[in-house]
Design a protein around this ligand. Structure first.
Ligand code: SF4
Length: 305
């Protein structure tokens, strides 16, 4: 039976927007057992693997730094290499090395560069030189319930400056800016308030986003207010309704043929479901075929009435 969609996270929202079919394949059936094991068994693209590794190594480096252990450049490389090797797995690694011999080494080097640039941002410099003293890393897997939605939107880092709680999200993939990014970012405040570990006073929060685009870390800051937080909740509501509509469209037989495909071939290039997708032979062709199928179904229903 299809599962009721109750989980919201930025990754789920991006997937829903970028390609509904990808959302259904990746997320629609893991509503109840969202744990590490489940995620590992999900198909991950190389980009997702890279983000997982960067986040893991970032947290480990920060925690060591807190304990006075400062990593050398060699250590950063080694940690990234070990993490990537583990996540990609022996088989995947052998394939990559056989087809693109230098790819893996270049991947480690570019990940290292990304981390070094992160440590050069204002927030990370202030943490490194102890100007920001009170901070902690949070586990993104922890959810906060909000009516019937489970929000998975923990900040990566929380830090306190004077009386303000600062919530920081680190976007290693740096998705393109969109019209709703303030509301997406403010979901972190709703998460924090619902979570109960942080104050439930809106004016105590400030929201920061660091996103990596075109080789640079871009910084954004958002100040919450009651109205924006309400709009953010409505955005989540709308997304979850859309997720459930997709699952309903798929039906009990899990028929994917009418689930919309992406509108942008760029997403197909890096999609881990491409091999089994009608878009593997061209997105435009697949979309035309899907349109015809839908048209014929509507026509059949109309004639039978
Ligand atoms: S290949 Fe393209 S259309 Fe097919 S699931 Fe992936 S992103 Fe969507």
């Amino acid at each position: 039976m299809n599962q009721l969609q109750t989980m919201w996270s930025i990754s789920r929202r991006k997937s829903l927007i970028n390609c509904p079919r990808e959302y259904v394949l990746r997320y629609s059936s893991n509503q109840t057992q969202y744990n590490k094991q489940n995620i590992k068994s999900n198909k991950k693209s190389l980009e997702d693997i890279l983000v997982t590794c960067l986040r893991e190594v970032m947290i480990e480096r920060l925690e060591d730094q807190k304990n006075g252990i400062i990593w050398s450049k060699k250590m950063i490389l080694l940690k990234l290499k070990m993490s990537l090797e583990f996540e990609i797995g022996k088989k995947g690694l052998a394939k990559i090395k056989a087809s693109l011999p230098k790819f893996f080494d270049n991947l480690i080097l570019s990940a290292k560069k990304q981390l070094e640039l992160l440590w050069n941002t204002n927030i990370f410099r202030r943490i490194s030189n102890s100007k920001i003293k009170r901070w902690s890393c949070l586990d993104r897997k922890k959810s906060a319930p909000n009516e019937h939605i489970d929000i998975y939107c923990s900040p990566d880092l929380v830090f306190q400056i004077q009386k303000k709680w600062n919530l920081l999200r680190i976007d290693f993939l740096g998705e393109k800016s969109n019209y709703f990014e303030d509301l997406e970012a403010l979901a972190m405040v709703n998460w924090s308030i619902e979570n109960g570990n942080l104050p439930d006073l809106i004016d105590k929060f400030q929201v920061h986003v660091l996103k990596f685009r075109n080789g640079k870390w871009l910084y954004q800051k958002f100040i919450p207010n009651k109205n924006l937080l309400q709009q953010s909740k409505q955005l989540l509501e709308k997304d979850v309704i859309q997720m459930n509509n997709l699952v309903e469209k798929m039906g009990p037989m899990k028929n994917l043929s009418l689930i919309p495909l992406s509108n942008n071939p760029h997403f197909c290039k890096k999609c881990s479901f491409k091999k089994s997708c009608p878009a593997k032979n061209g997105l435009e062709k697949a979309k035309n075929e899907q349109f015809l199928l839908e048209y014929n179904l509507v026509k059949e229903r109309f004639l039978s009435n």
